[in-house]
Design a protein around this ligand. Structure first.
Ligand code: SF4
Length: 319
């Protein structure tokens, strides 16, 4: 049975109504060869630290129909997470409710409303989300951290993808803005063997001393405060210095040139509670399990677990 063509304009209009900042469509083709080579090299260098899930399913990451057989279209979606106010000790993205839940619910609604068949992913499967966001014109790749920046919103966005069986009536391409900003042609963007191509060089630090985790060959998670304070179990590496935050790190996000475009979201789920806003360094020092459970109910911060947060707080208070 053949499926109806996906009406791309209708989909984008519906996505906007549901609160998405941007929506783009790309054909579900294999990831560009040289981008794939860059990803493999990044793994070989050990830059994924002990996030072994990044080593698994590499072929699926690079070939969408191995992940979802029969997929024809990848819909990339972005949602603004910039909170109106924030607790300074916690990374901006984790001030409110867990984005996995918020995004997934919204994406399922979009699929239902549009009667699409397929699957939706929010960091939950081997998907190169920044590649698809770039490929489908949702944003441009910018800054030292290789963020996707959505025009009008900057890099403070969550990304999610729909892998759908329907073919679309129209597909998007990378935003011309990328080419304009970087002064390069579309051809150069495709030629990812070029050392100056943003797809393969976007993680290079503009200033090497800015952060030791930002190397010429990509972000080395082993030296990244964000990875260490969220994903890593066990003691923090000797000498790792935390900045303003003990959960995550916003330094390269804030240093991103497009951060100037960030503005508060009106999404209530991404706003912090009053109790979280009121926490002071003294309060953090005395954080109890009960407080932790109440403060972070339904929050992505729970990923670090209570033990991880206490470990981080100790280092944060006494570097
Ligand atoms: S999140 Fe922080 S530690 Fe990690 S690369 Fe960015 S600035 Fe460096």
């Amino acid at each position: 049975m053949s499926l109806a063509l996906l009406n791309s304009e209708e989909l984008k209009a519906r996505a906007k109504c549901l609160g998405f900042a941007a929506c783009g469509l790309a054909k579900a083709e294999p990831v560009a060869d040289s981008f794939a080579a860059h990803y493999r090299r990044w793994l070989e260098l050990g830059y994924c630290a002990d996030m072994d899930y990044l080593r698994r399913g590499v072929e699926m990451r690079l070939q969408p129909d191995l992940l979802v057989p029969g997929v024809r279209t990848i819909v990339s979606l972005a949602m603004n997470f910039m909170p109106e106010r924030h607790q300074p000790a916690i990374s901006l993205y984790a001030q409110g409710k867990d984005y996995h839940d918020v995004m997934r619910d919204r994406m399922r609604r979009l699929m239902d409303d549009m009667q699409l068949s397929g699957r939706c992913f929010v960091d939950t499967a081997p998907v190169l989300e920044r590649y698809w966001a770039w490929r489908s014109g949702v944003g441009i790749i910018t800054g030292r951290g290789g963020f996707i920046s959505v025009p009008g919103y900057g890099p403070t966005v969550f990304l999610g993808e729909l892998f759908v069986m329907e073919e679309a009536d129209r597909y998007d391409g990378p935003l011309p803005k990328q080419e304009e900003r970087l002064g390069i042609s579309g051809e150069r963007l495709e030629d990812t063997s070029s050392p100056n191509n943003p797809l393969t060089s976007h993680l290079s630090p503009l200033t090497p001393s800015f952060c030791p985790a930002l190397t010429a060959e990509g972000l080395d998670a082993r030296r990244c405060v964000s990875y260490q304070t969220i994903e890593h179990r066990g003691p923090l590496p000797h000498g790792l210095r935390l900045g303003a935050t003990f959960y995550g790190c916003d330094r390269c996000l804030r240093a991103n040139p497009q951060f100037a475009e960030a503005h508060p979201t009106d999404e209530p789920a991404f706003q912090p509670s009053e109790a979280l806003l009121k926490m002071t360094p003294d309060d953090w020092q005395q954080l109890t399990v009960e407080q932790y459970r109440t403060l972070f109910k339904g929050s992505a911060v729970k990923r670090a677990k209570y033990e991880g947060l206490v470990r981080n707080i100790a280092r944060w208070l006494k570097p």
